[in-house]
Design a protein around this ligand. Structure first.
Ligand SMILES: O=C(O)CCC(=O)C(=O)O
Length: 286
């Protein structure tokens, strides 16, 4: 595990990013923040309806407006967290992690998705291995010297100290090569090459869309809670909103507004491909 207290990646982190395709940042959230977000999920997010998966009604990756199971240890997969609390907005560009995102991705980026997942302890979920970004991006990879297209940060809100505890499971190096995915060889967390990661509440995993990854089964006897924040290059689309995220812009700083698609003017051709001239200054806070 690589701790990081600097505003840019260390050489060891840069190498791990290029070769393995992920980073683990220790203590990205303090224990007070872990408790705060955990309570927010239990007492605010779960108790209100919101965007949740609807298996059987909608395809995988699509979300319907639903109230989840009210048991705090039951499965929940809530999308679009930002409207629920200012703290979710402020987590978008929390310096300790956002500085690293800027270092990895460069300044021409936007925020594209927020999510909270509670993985219940159950014998019914076998885990799920995938890349991010839908069908097309499964086959789109960039080289180890390229900036990534999209990066996700997964914050652990519970300790994951043993295998089969809903571990974030990765296939190191899989972001760089074709990965076999056939009906007779559906990727799963128990197959050769899978590395189930351990971590403490407050740690963050950072990974690009192309890394094959996903949750292991959870037989630990306790629910595993996470927050997920996704960033992409500006020329791509956000998952959770289309166009500037108008409903919450008045609660945002200039940098957050820009990350949520507010370019400071009404849409004109060329936008999002060619960024405003102050983009770098807005992103770095210069
Ligand atoms: O560990 C989980 O619950 C899911 C995380 C994941 O695979 C993802 O967000 O893409």
């Amino acid at each position: 595990m690589l701790a990081n207290t600097t505003r840019t990646l260390t050489e060891a982190q840069r190498e791990q990013w290029a070769v393995d395709g992920y980073l683990q940042i220790e203590g990205a959230l303090s224990s007070a923040e872990v408790d705060f977000f955990s309570r927010l999920l239990d007492d605010t997010v779960r108790t209100a309806p919101g965007y949740e998966p609807a298996p059987g009604a909608l395809p995988r990756g699509h979300y319907a407006w639903k109230l989840p199971d009210q048991n705090k240890d039951a499965f929940m997969d809530r999308r679009d967290l930002l409207p629920y609390h200012q703290a979710f907005i402020d987590l978008i560009d929390r310096p300790a992690i956002f500085d690293l995102i800027l270092d990895l991705m460069g300044p021409y980026i936007q925020f594209s998705m927020s999510q909270a997942i509670v993985r219940a302890s159950t014998d019914l979920f076998p885990g799920y291995i995938h890349t991010d970004g839908g069908q097309a991006q499964k086959a789109i990879r960039v080289s180890e010297t390229s900036r990534p297209l999209a990066v996700k940060v997964m914050y652990l809100l519970t300790d994951v100290t043993a295998d089969n505890s809903g571990n974030f499971t990765v296939f190191p190096g899989s972001h760089l090569r074709p990965f076999p995915e056939r009906a007779e060889r559906v990727p799963h967390p128990g197959m050769p090459g899978a590395v189930p990661l351990l971590g403490k509440a407050g740690d963050a995993y950072v990974f690009p869309h192309a890394l094959w990854h996903g949750p292991s089964p959870n037989h630990s006897g306790k629910a595993r809670k996470t927050l997920l924040y996704n960033y992409c290059q500006m020329f791509m689309r956000a998952y959770d909103f289309s166009g500037p995220y108008a409903a919450i812009l008045d609660r945002c700083t200039p940098r957050q507004r820009r990350l949520l698609g507010d370019l400071g003017h009404d849409f004109r051709p060329g936008d999002f491909f060619y960024a405003p001239e102050d983009q770098e200054a807005v992103m770095t806070g210069a």
